[in-house]
Ligand binder design. Sequence first.
Ligand SMILES: NC(=O)c1ccc[n+]([C@@H]2O[C@H](COP(=O)([O-])OP(=O)(O)OC[C@H]3O[C@@H](n4cnc5c(N)ncnc54)[C@H](OP(=O)(O)O)[C@@H]3O)[C@@H](O)[C@H]2O)c1
Length: 290
Amino acid sequence: MKVAVIGANGQLGSEIVATFAGNGAAVRALDHSHLEVSSLESVTRCLSELEPGLVINTAAYHHVEKCEADAALAFAINGLGARNVAQVSQSLGAKLIHISTDYVFDGNKRVPYTEEDLAAPLNAYGNTKLAGEFFVRSSNPRHFVVRVSAIYGLNPCRAKGGLNFVELMLKLSREREELRVVDDEFVTPTTVAEIAKQLVVLSETSEYGLYHATAEGSCSWHEFARAIFDLTGTKVRLERARPGDFPAKVPRPKYSVLENSALKARGLNLFTNWKNGLENYLAQRDGSKS
Ligand SMILES: NC(=O)c1ccc[n+]([C@@H]2O[C@H](COP(=O)([O-])OP(=O)(O)OC[C@H]3O[C@@H](n4cnc5c(N)ncnc54)[C@H](OP(=O)(O)O)[C@@H]3O)[C@@H](O)[C@H]2O)c1
């Protein structure tokens, strides 16, 4: 099967390319220089040449503050861009995997969100990603809309720049004696390696629809930092952030834990506890350095 991966040099896209290629797919890795998703003409030209059986769209404008500052641009990429990819993949007879986000929720729940829960985004990023979901669902019936959350992997997120959370914590622990990390925002950290494997399994089915795809369990960012330091034997004083230590410029969900109900209902769920993913990431990272 020919697979076209959009956003192929991104944090998630690069892992998807490697995993699908490792699974025997003929992968075409498309980065921003190959196509601009907000342009229907660009998407049509690029994908028509390739004639893929499966398109995977990881491209997004997802720096939350930048989205808030330029919601029109965010909508052009996250909303209309998703529509363009969905329309073109449909016209080519290709399946589509579209990556979305936990930020479609407002975070007011205290038990994990299922696919049945009402989306109510708090910010422009979440709103434009939700618009993208609707465009995909109405433009290509052979779609998998896959919401992921708090992802990390060997390649950093291009939109956010800098290091992923694990690397940032380890770097700061070398530079400081004490670290303060927020304890009132709950997520499920999930490695891109786990997501990519799950997408391979999903892509081989015809179980189209909306999916949550995160590791099991949940933690605050403070608990995540604690686990990173415990597993790496790092000695640093880890404190809870005080109110006002990290004032949010844009509202974000305080609780965005997702339940993989749809994957589980179909017997497709591969994810295990987020701590297993962290252990595997740390081993992989050490292996890639030696
Ligand atoms: N990072 C997270 O924690 C997180 C959490 C929840 C959901 N997600 C979702 O997961 C997906 C992947 O995230 P990621 O962390 O892998 O992001 P990333 O590292 O920033 O990668 C995004 C990729 O998309 C490309 N791209 C951006 N705008 C484009 C456009 N207009 N046309 C074509 N390509 C474009 C980027 O290229 P350039 O960099 O060259 O522009 C980059 O290759 C996104 O859909 C995001 O909404 C991420």
